[in-house]
Structures are given as C-alpha cells and as structure tokens.
Write a protein that binds this ligand. Structure first.
Ligand SMILES: [Zn+2]
Length: 119
C-alpha cells in the first residue's frame, strides 16, 4: 500500500540533510542559518509541533524533540557518541546516508554543532 505521509517525510528528510551537509562543508556555525527546526540533541527534523519536547510546565520545547526531552529533562543521559550509535540504525538505510559507516562519519561532523553537544 502506498503510504503518502511516509514518502513525504522521507523526501523532507532527504532535502533537509542535503542542506545540512552542504552547509557543514561551508561553515561551522550552521545552526543559525537553518530555518527549519531540528532536535539539538539527535538532529531529527521537527517539521511538526507534535515532535517538540515538553518543558516542566507542559509547554513545548522547540529545541529538542519529544524523544530526547520530556517534562523539562533529557529522557536519557548519554554521551554524544552513544547518541550517534542510537541514531545510526535510523539514518543508514539509504536516507539520508547509504550505510552505517557513512552515517557515523557524517554524524561525527554534524553532532558537535548541536546545542546539547556543543562545547
Ligand atoms: Zn531528539
């Protein structure tokens, strides 16, 4: 069966990561230049408010996704390297990256730019 929403998400994901990768190549302070929000912990695109995390008072947190940040705290304490390993299975099946080695390599460039991991 043709799943329109899934295809749509796939395309947006692909376009977003293309944009990110080009910008990563060009400059290091990429985050300010991208209008679409994406999680500052796991880099998941957040193109719907439903994906935002939640603050302690129940309001939406627009910097982190619901999987990383809930009720005002990170859902799990992990290092950047552990987070990358968590993400590898989801981003190495062709979109946006063709295999796990490539995904890992690209995320090691991308993730240090995210607010949670920025030193
Ligand atoms: Zn996240």
């Amino acid at each position: 069966m043709f799943d329109k929403d899934f295809v749509q998400y796939d395309i947006q994901m692909s376009v977003l990561f293309d944009t990110i990768l080009v910008k990563v190549d060009k400059e290091l302070n990429i985050m300010e230049n991208i209008e679409m929000k994406w999680c500052q912990s796991c880099a998941m695109p957040m193109n719907s408010a439903e994906l935002f995390g939640t603050n302690a008072d129940g309001s939406k947190n627009e910097e982190y996704c619901q999987y990383c940040f809930a009720n005002g705290a990170f859902t799990s304490e992990q290092t950047m390297e552990e987070m990358i390993e968590t993400c590898v299975p989801f981003v190495s099946k062709g979109e946006p990256w063709p295999d796990e080695d490539t995904a890992r390599k690209e995320m090691l460039v991308l993730f240090p730019q995210l607010k949670r991991w920025k030193k």
